[in-house]
Design a binder for this molecule. Structure first.
Ligand SMILES: [Zn+2]
Length: 301
């Protein structure tokens, strides 16, 4: 898989421009299949292209966490129809990126209520330029915008459980939430957590390495031995997966910070391969993506 194809499918690209508008326009996601994994009697995760989708089904209806790309909405609805004959009442957005909110407009027009942190609505309402990827994203239409927003926490009381949205400050962006299913013991991390690849930290949208470290610590504090953890991208894991991720994040921060304090430039730090040990097992996107990640860490210190 080329880096470009990988980036599109993994959602990194929704934010990259060299790839974004034209590449996504050419990419109809025709070959993308939505697959379903059952986590509990009422909570599922859907995989396709873009961010992993959390699904709650039960006596009160359906709500979802994130909704991937617009061309996939019908396939996502078909996958959910296998689980429930109810409509999608709510869609929580973990953050504003297009690979997590691309289905909002389709769902919003059908009456789904979009819920997110205040800054998700702010960022989706504006066009913006991202220097990291030399990308401009346009303001989204009204139907795509969250209509319920919150500044710190909010909860949905549905399907016999409480889904708590915890805003985590300046992590992957400045509008991230992690979602905790209290009774079902499931955590959806949005893009504060990537499994199998180094994380994208959207520094131009308020993201920081220290915020990602903070959100990971928050999640570890919420989790217990049996918690099932859904990352923004990659397979479902657990608290041990979060702990391994935290160690990688802290090592990244400390190693890059030391080299930066020694006066090294970003190019010199990349050439020094400070994450070579982690690259043996964290391989998604290859060396190009490792270097991009080192840049996110460097630019947010
Ligand atoms: Zn994202």
């Amino acid at each position: 898989m080329t880096f470009k194809t990988w980036a599109i499918r993994m959602g990194v690209a929704a934010s990259m421009t060299a790839l974004s508008v034209s590449a996504l326009a050419q990419n109809n996601f025709d070959d993308v299949k939505i697959t379903t994994q059952k986590l509990t009697d009422t909570v599922y995760v859907l995989f396709g292209a873009g961010g992993n989708i959390g699904v709650s089904v039960g006596e009160d209806g359906v709500f979802i966490i994130d909704d991937q790309f617009a061309p996939l909405t019908e396939r996502i609805k078909a996958a959910i129809a296998e689980l429930s004959d109810q409509p999608i009442r709510f869609a929580i957005n973990t953050h504003f990126h297009g690979d997590h909110t691309g289905g909002n407009e389709n769902l919003g027009k059908e009456g789904t209520v979009i819920v997110a942190h205040d800054n998700v609505r702010v960022r989706m309402s504006q066009s913006a330029f991202n220097r990291t990827f030399n990308r401009r994203s346009e303001a989204k239409p009204k139907a795509a915008l969250p209509v319920v927003t919150f500044n710190d926490r909010a909860s949905l009381h549905l399907n016999g459980d409480t889904a708590r949205m915890h805003h985590v400050r300046r992590a992957h962006t400045d509008g991230d939430s992690i979602v905790e299913f209290e009774k079902d013991n499931v955590l959806h991390m949005g893009d504060t957590f990537f499994v199998g690849r180094f994380p994208f930290i959207d520094v131009d949208s308020g993201g920081t390495i220290d915020g990602v470290i903070g959100s990971t610590k928050t999640a570890i504090a919420i989790a217990d031995d049996n918690t099932q953890v859904i990352p923004g991208h990659g397979p479902v894991t657990d608290r041990e997966g979060l702990r391994a991720y935290l160690k990688m994040l802290e090592d990244s921060r400390d190693r890059v910070a030391k080299l930066k304090a020694d006066g090294k430039t970003l190019d010199e730090i990349r050439a020094a391969k400070p994450l070579a040990d982690y690259e043996e097992t964290i391989t998604g996107g290859g060396a190009d993506w490792t270097n991009a990640y080192i840049g996110f860490v460097f630019n947010s210190l």
